[in-house]
Design a protein around this ligand. Structure first.
Ligand SMILES: Nc1ncnc2c1ncn2[C@@H]1O[C@H](COP(=O)(O)OP(=O)(O)O)[C@@H](O)[C@H]1O
Ligand SMILES: [Mg+2]
Length: 271
């Protein structure tokens, strides 16, 4: 491989969406959902999306995953257009979609099984991750025997061990209570800092986004466009104390006020 192509690989983002437009239509009405969405997930970075409920975030994920087609725009992985194609990303849905008849271990290796031979983790590797996820001793248990938080961690591990380079997390912690949620965030920061996957995560929580991300995109109300792209300046590894840092608090307030302003616009405009 020539030097130039190596350099190019370093600069091409792991994933990029360019000028995505999407409108849902039925016989009676048209609902514009995404208006000119462009964003990038550089290789090995953690990128988050914060946006009002119903603005089109999950729709964007469906487009990235090839489940829905955009009217305009492109999805690129490592610079290669994959718009409308499935199977290229690892997708962790909002609810942990574990198969009830498979053990935790068999659920966790499922994405690798589907991808076929090659790139499969060894037993030792899987054991390592299960233990890191607090699931050691539950390898042979079935999903219903686990708490919601544990199921969510198993679902997340499945995404993490999947062979695809980019992982999309759709509000991964929204179903959890506050305590479990903050434990999970801490766990995710640790695991991500060890594993450095390219991640795009949807969240409602500004604190969660600032804690985890390198870049945060703020979405407007529906039809979603990009209100702001924020580079998160805090060094890694990030620890809990960061939430008490004055700069963290300032940035959190700034984002909260931008989002509140966006909500007021809707209330005033009656969109
Ligand atoms: N398949 C669909 N057909 C028609 N409308 C849809 C469809 N999927 C989503 N919508 C509408 O698109 C909007 C955005 O939905 P969604 O992307 O799920 O929002 P978010 O994830 O930001 O909460 C909502 O108004 C929703 O009702
Ligand atoms: Mg959603």
């Amino acid at each position: 491989m020539s030097e130039e192509s190596t350099l190019e690989e370093l600069t091409v983002p792991a994933m990029e969406v360019r000028q995505i437009h999407k409108t849902f239509r039925d016989r009676r009405r048209e609902v514009p959902v995404l208006r000119n969405i462009s964003l990038r997930v550089p290789a090995g970075e953690f990128v988050s999306i914060i946006g009002p409920s119903g603005c089109g975030k999950s729709t964007l994920f469906h487009i990235i995953g090839g489940l829905t087609s955009p009217e305009q725009g492109e999805v690129l992985l490592q610079g290669r257009p994959v718009t409308g194609q499935r199977g290229h990303i690892s997708y962790v849905p909002q609810q942990p979609a574990l198969f009830p008849w498979r053990t935790i271990e068999d659920n966790v290796v499922l994405a690798q099984e589907i991808a076929g031979a090659g790139g499969q983790s060894s037993r030792t590797e899987i054991q390592h991750w299960l233990e890191k996820a607090g699931l050691g001793g539950f390898e042979r248990a079935y999903p219903h025997m686990l708490s919601g938080g544990m199921q969510q961690r198993a679902s997340f591990l499945r995404g993490l061990l999947a062979p695809q380079e980019v992982m999309c997390l759709d509000e991964p912690f929204s179903a959890l209570d506050a305590l479990t949620r903050s434990e999970m965030q801490r766990w995710l920061v640790d695991i991500w800092e060890e594993n450095k996957r390219s991640v795009l995560m949807i969240t409602h929580s500004i604190e969660e986004a600032l804690m985890l991300s390198d870049t945060v995109y703020l979405f407007t109300n529906r039809p979603a466009s990009i209100l702001h792209a924020i580079q998160v300046p805090f060094p890694r590894p990030r620890r809990d104390e960061i939430t008490e840092d004055p700069d963290f608090i300032r940035l959190k307030r700034e984002i909260a006020s931008m989002m509140a302003e966006e909500q007021r616009k809707t209330a005033a405009g009656g969109v």
